[in-house]
Design a protein around this ligand. Structure first.
Ligand SMILES: [Mg+2]
Length: 334
């Protein structure tokens, strides 16, 4: 078991390799303030504590359940879980996608544009769309400056994307109350937005009951949905859930989320935190079975410390080679 660190912008992700029988499985953790392990050191400590309890001779499912019992932060455990799945697929000589039974994905990923004043939006949009195959933009709203600032930003996105054919989606990141959300969803529906993500704050799921009635746009929850067992609680008041490997702890729980969402008649989405190609490729292996895709964080890295999750015709594509298809570049080994 080896643990390495790769640089991203101004902070660090942690990479894990699991080597056995001549195969190496790769995993990645993106530490997060709100995810229970804020630094690579905290991630490493949690993983070492877990590994010390013994990992050989147990199934991936059993190990995942033990990690949850031990309260290992999901954004740390994900590195082990994805390394185990990568290793298993390599040993089986199958793409992880195929091992899990998913088809080759055809749904383009959304690319995110953060909360910004209109003049920055004007600069950013051509950078995101010129000479790329990007087909959908996810616009972050819920500005601390209020819904007038949201509207100004959104109007600029519409203006700046006129000459490109892109779909627009909105993530409010819990920035609105019920009244604001009702108003904004109507306003955005009139401007042909596809759906709204996390209109209300995590913990304010009660408000979804009101919002869901007569909603102008489909509602997806992100922060409100961490694990499969959260889903029954709000299933009657949302249209879909956004899973992330860093929130749920890996492929094992993501499969349970997909199954639980389906059982409740919900749509699915998969997103990301600040991950490089290793975690993105692992997530991409699932995307043949997911309705909306937001796997774009690795395109923002300069440089991406890992490789293996390219954008082809707008789709973040899992490579058709054994495993999830990505690895840490050698120059980033610690
Ligand atoms: Mg979100």
């Amino acid at each position: 078991m080896a643990i390495s660190r790769g640089v991203r912008y101004d902070s660090y992700n942690l990479f894990v390799s699991y080597e056995k029988d001549g195969h190496i499985g790769w995993g990645e953790a993106a530490p997060g303030n709100s995810e229970g392990a804020a630094t690579p050191e905290a991630v490493q400590e949690a993983l070492e504590k877990f590994i010390a309890t013994g990992i050989e001779g147990f199934s991936i499912q059993t190990l995942y359940d033990r990690a949850r019992e031990m309260q290992i932060p999901p954004c740390a455990y994900v590195a082990l879980d994805t390394a185990f799945w990568d290793w298993t697929a390599k040993k089986a000589q199958l793409p992880l996608r195929e091992l899990l039974g998913f088809s080759i994905p055809h749904t383009p990923t959304s690319v995110t544009i953060g909360i910004n004043p209109p003049e920055i939006v004007k600069e950013r949009v051509p950078l995101l769309l010129n000479g790329t195959t990007v087909q959908s933009l996810k616009i972050k709203l819920g500005s601390p400056d209020g819904i007038e600032a949201d509207k100004m930003m959104f109007n600029q996105v519409v203006e700046s994307t006129k000459k490109y054919k892109v779909k627009l989606r909105v993530d409010a990141n819990g920035g609105w109350d019920v009244t604001q959300a009702q108003h904004m969803m109507q306003w955005l529906a009139e401007r042909r937005v596809d759906y709204i993500e996390q209109p209300l704050k995590e913990g304010e799921e009660e408000g979804l009951k009101t919002l869901f009635k007569g909603r102008a746009l489909p509602i997806y929850v992100d922060e409100s949905c961490r694990f499969s067992q959260n889903i029954p609680g709000f299933a009657a008041h949302v249209d879909g859930v956004n899973m992330k490997l860093m929130k749920c702890g890996g492929i094992t729980e993501a499969l349970r989320i997909i199954a639980t969402a389906r059982a409740h008649g919900l749509k699915t989405m998969i997103g990301c935190m600040s991950e490089s190609s290793v975690a993105i490729a692992a997530a991409a292996a699932l995307t043949g079975g997911i309705d909306h895709i937001d796997l774009d964080s690795h395109y923002n890295l300069a440089p991406d410390p890992s490789e293996g999750a390219p954008m082809i015709n707008g789709v973040t594509l899992p490579p058709e080679i054994p495993g999830h298809g990505a690895h840490l570049k050698e120059e980033f080994y610690a």
